[in-house]
Design a protein around this ligand. Structure first.
Ligand code: CTP
Ligand code: MG
Length: 312
């Protein structure tokens, strides 16, 4: 691992930026699709308010966080204040498919933190276009390689987007700021959790411009980091602090219940929540082998934009 860590990036890396951007373009939802999503959302709002006049429906997840592929789900959050029994459960979901638009959607209740973290992700995406490009490519890779399945012990799309944000905060010069470390312009309290950060992102449009790294270089470096550089034994990635924290400081050094903390990704608001907690002894190996495979492809393959996404 140490030898590989010193590998300098291949000299022809920038030849791959155009084909990676073509992959990105092919994944962006069309305007037509966005219109359909809005129509379904309006229909659901109507149904909900007819049944429960007090309830409000919010969109969360890839439909609203700028990281949604074409044909991805709508995630709807339905804040039904009169359903007491469900308020403490960890995100029960109703899945449905609208036969008219063919759109699938997940509805859950009282999951306001998801609405707030959706806004945070959307705000980060406004700062530098390379975040959205990188995250689409990483999500596409993860789906193609079967490592975007939380019920099988691999990571959620949300976790991968946090990994991309952390990674871009770490570039030198930085490509993304740490919005939660800046002046507070947005503040809300949800379930006793204070959510505070700088959300005037239109003022940060030039933030990353001192860093001229191309998308191909970033994809290369992302996989290089997770294959050879991340300290899995000791480090927690944290977009909240714009840095890494020690597992010891978070008391994430041993297994507690089902949380094994084999790869540690701190939720930006629910800081006791490790997005890597679904990862087990077996799936950590699968993940790390996939990071290494991707890093090798980015370094040596003649056609990484195809090989990277080959089905497993
Ligand atoms: N979420 C969360 N905590 C998690 C997982 C998800 O709060 N452990 C919330 C986040 O608001 C996230 C949303 O649920 O944006 C949807 O999560 P996910 O499906 O992983 O991300 P999407 O961006 O919707 O990706 P996909 O296109 O794969 O559905
Ligand atoms: Mg989703």
């Amino acid at each position: 691992r140490n030898l590989k860590r010193q590998t300098a990036c291949r000299s022809d890396i920038n030849n791959f930026s155009a084909p990676f951007l073509a992959v990105f373009d092919s994944l962006i939802p069309s305007d037509e699709e966005k219109v359909k999503q809005k129509q379904l959302m309006m229909l659901l709002e109507k149904l909900v308010s007819k049944e429960w006049p007090e309830a409000r429906l919010h969109v969360y997840g890839s439909c609203a966080n700028s990281f949604g592929f074409s044909k991805s789900d709508i995630d709807s959050e339905n804040n039904l204040q009169n359903v007491q029994a469900l308020t403490r459960a960890r995100v029960p979901i109703v899945k449905l498919m609208d036969p008219v638009t063919g759109i699938s959607c997940d509805i859950c209740i009282n999951n306001v933190l998801a609405v707030v973290n959706t806004k945070l992700l959307r705000d980060y995406a406004q700062v530098d276009v390379r975040l959205r490009q990188l995250a689409f490519i990483i999500k596409h890779w993860a789906k193609s390689r079967g490592v975007n399945e939380t019920y099988q012990g691999t990571l959620s799309s949300y976790a991968y987007v946090l990994m991309c944000i952390h990674f871009l905060q770490q570039r030198r010069p930085a490509i993304l700021p740490c919005l939660q470390g800046m002046e507070i312009t947005y503040f809300t309290v949800v379930d006793n959790v204070e959510c505070a950060y700088f959300d005037q992102v239109e003022k940060l449009r030039n933030f990353g411009s001192r860093n001229g790294e191309s998308i191909a270089q970033l994809v290369w470096a992302f996989f290089h980091y997770w294959a050879y550089c991340h300290d899995y034994a000791n480090d927690v990635i944290s977009i909240r602090t714009g840095s890494t924290l020690s597992k010891r400081a978070k008391d994430w050094t041993r297994r507690v219940g089902n949380d094994r903390h084999l790869i540690c990704i701190e939720d930006p608001f629910e800081v006791s929540h490790d997005l890597g907690r679904v990862v087990d002894k077996y799936s950590i190996r699968v993940l790390r082998e996939e990071f290494e495979r991707a890093a090798e492809i980015m370094q040596y393959d003649s056609n990484p934009c195809v090989t990277l996404f080959e089905p497993y």
